[in-house]
Design a binder for this molecule. Sequence first.
Ligand SMILES: [Cu+2]
Length: 120
Amino acid sequence: MKKTNTYLSALLILVTVMMWSAQAFAQEKKIESIQIKTSAMCKQCKDRIENGLAYDKGVKDVTLDVDTKIVTIRYNTKATNPETLRKKISKLGYDADTIPCDKAAYEKLPACCKKDAPKH
Ligand SMILES: [Cu+2]
């Protein structure tokens, strides 16, 4: 009888440990990278978008390439998602893939950052 109890306790501990690690695994951060096409025109746009996103929930880092207008964002999939990130870019006044720029935010951009500005 005593032996059975010891065996059961050991089994119980094992199961508990397994459940803990399963939980820990589920909570583990998952970092993904996404590339979003924006309507950025210049260095100012780059700063505006990078600074605008850098401190957003779940964002690990943001890099915008002015030549290709593509912003690369590394983010925690548990804290944010591509749709939220695109909407945020739109709110900053820029197109983000299929989401058009927020009109009011776009109007506030300096002339050199407007989509019809000459390349500079
Ligand atoms: Cu600009």
